[in-house]
Design a protein around this ligand. Sequence first.
Ligand SMILES: Nc1ncnc2c1ncn2[C@@H]1O[C@H](COP(=O)(O)OP(=O)(O)OP(=O)(O)O)[C@@H](O)[C@H]1O
Length: 283
Amino acid sequence: MKPVLEVKGLKKDLGAFALKDVSFSLLEGCITGFIGVNGAGKTTTIKSILGLIGKDAGEILFYGKEIESVERDFKNRIGIVLDEGYFYEDLTLLDMKRIMAPAYAHWDEALFQKYMKDFDLPAGQQISTLSKGMRMKYAIALAMSHHPDLLIMDEPTSGLDPQVRMELMDILLAFIKQEGKSVFFSSHITSDLDKVADMLIFIENGRIILSEEKDVLLDRHCLVKGDRKELNEHTRGLFLTLHETDYGFSGLTDNKTAVRQQMGNVIVERPAIEDVMLAYIRR
Ligand SMILES: Nc1ncnc2c1ncn2[C@@H]1O[C@H](COP(=O)(O)OP(=O)(O)OP(=O)(O)O)[C@@H](O)[C@H]1O
């Protein structure tokens, strides 16, 4: 799988917060989840990639070429869904589209109309009156109607109900099935990524703390539950996180073999991304 986007040594100082040497790659054919708690630096990273804020250091390559040198091609080949929307609220959906469409070399009006119909979007309605779910679907229709190769989405699921979130996941899965497509998707709602992500990147306080294939990461860890009498000074040391109650314990380990050898009567389960994320950010 070839890299679509490579971020190398990205730095941005915002005073109280800084991106510290952020490096990662997005691979073709993959949905990459960009995970971090509120304020970890997801939006700042995405804005730096998109050139919406300047960077202090580092380089960003798009299919191996510096973004600045292929800016036009980059803009034509990415679809963007941002948290804040960036729409003129007073315009209707149709009028906003009329402003945006000419900016793209490969705008496909028939495809846009299809999305509008599939998503049940009212073309003549003012953007300010859309519900959150409709707004997100409209942003996706705009982002996908010029056949982008890379979809970059900042917190697209925040504030959406489970039904709409599921619809969005289906849209992403249909998109990624096409040849040569990739998705970069930031979220702190990790359950969405449990379903669709191929790769995961964790960011914490402006630093990338983990970048790995989702299945490899989840296979490497396990969630262990059992009676507290299984815990002693040796077995406690096997856990990255440990939560104890009067009734028992649950903990995350990256040492399945030792747990199986040293702890007799415990339940071992596959963790969710959230379990692993919490373990890494608490370190
Ligand atoms: N223009 C700015 N000037 C100063 N600080 C900023 C600026 N923009 C963002 N920050 C700070 O940078 C930090 C990271 O913000 P960012 O929006 O990148 O986080 P995030 O991971 O996207 O969080 P969330 O999940 O809440 O959207 C925050 O502490 C924020 O207050």
